[in-house]
Ligand binder design. Structure first.
Ligand code: CP
Length: 287
């Protein structure tokens, strides 16, 4: 089974991945369900957390990992996507883990392979493994995943993380709201927009900060990073837990002095990423 986005997942499936991730975190002696499987990591955008943790997750489950380097591939000689995937598919890998700046790219690749395809972030569409590792971190801190009060602050219109969270919010009856400069807020969607920063952070279980995605030209939508920090940055600890998918633009969305506060869960999110990605591999191979 593919894992292309949470849009196509139901609550039972999400709960089963979460349960397995918690099991992997708490148990040393688990079955190596990917023994001898071949995982091809294809990252066409830079990544620290997602690429490394998918690789570690695969290795922990007994798989072997091939890191496809597109800069040294025949794509550089003009080979097209379909021929590239068709040729890689002919080598019979078990998984493609794909990140690309094009929305829908993982789905597109899935049409040309028998391997399981996992979306590791496609353009502004979805980042399902990030939302699931966020969910695991929320579960650890609230002992519940339903009816949570969550506000997402930042570059929402460009955020694949926010989009995956919107599907979780609907599925799990969250009270979800957004906050940010008008130029960062999606239009015509049925999500509450907070009036100001004070309201955005008050009476919330979790506040998720998003990075201004300079590689997607988000910088042109605000006067300056300093201006953004002045009106939308978190400068002191707040009542809610603070999360961030990373990488953090320090002193833009989150001040360095707050980064180390005990209610900031960023490193815990990264830790849980390995277990959630193990659970995603396991889910795909067994469904
Ligand atoms: N959260 C996230 O996707 O981080 P990376 O870009 O480092 O993988």
């Amino acid at each position: 089974m593919h894992c292309l986005g949470l849009k196509s997942f139901n609550k039972n499936q999400v709960e089963s991945i979460l349960e397995k991730a918690v099991y992997f975190k708490n148990t040393k002696n688990y079955t190596k369900s990917l023994q001898d499987a071949i995982v091809v990591n294809m990252f066409f955008e830079n990544s620290t957390r997602t690429k490394t943790s998918f690789e570690i997750a695969a290795l922990k489950l007994g798989a072997r990992v091939v890191n496809f380097d597109y800069t040294k591939s025949s794509l550089q000689k003009g080979e097209n996507w379909i021929d590239t995937i068709t040729n890689l598919n002919a080598m019979h890998p078990d998984f493609f883990v794909i990140r690309h700046s094009y929305s829908g790219f993982a789905y597109y690749i899935s049409q040309f392979t028998q391997a399981n395809v996992i979306n590791a972030g496609d353009g502004t569409n979805e980042h399902p493994s990030q939302a699931l590792l966020d969910l695991m971190t929320m579960y650890e801190h609230k002992k519940d995943i339903e009816n949570l009060k969550v506000c997402i602050i930042g570059d929402i219109v460009n955020s694949r993380v926010a989009r995956s969270h919107m599907y979780l919010a609907k599925m799990l009856d969250w009270d979800l709201s957004f906050y940010g400069p008008n130029t960062f807020l999606p239009q015509n969607i049925d999500i509450k927009i907070e009036k100001d920063l004070k309201q955005a952070i008050s009476n919330k279980d979790f506040v998720i900060l998003l990075r201004i995605q300079l590689e997607r030209k988000s910088g042109v939508n605000i006067p300056s990073l300093g201006e953004y920090n002045k009106f939308f940055g978190i400068k002191e600890p707040i009542g809610a837990y603070i999360m961030h998918p990373g990488p953090v633009n320090r002193d833009v969305e989150l001040d360095s002095t707050v980064y180390i506060d005990r209610n900031v869960l960023i490193t815990k999110q990264v830790e849980n990423g390995v277990f959630v990605r193990m659970a995603i591999f396991d889910f795909c191979i067994s469904n």
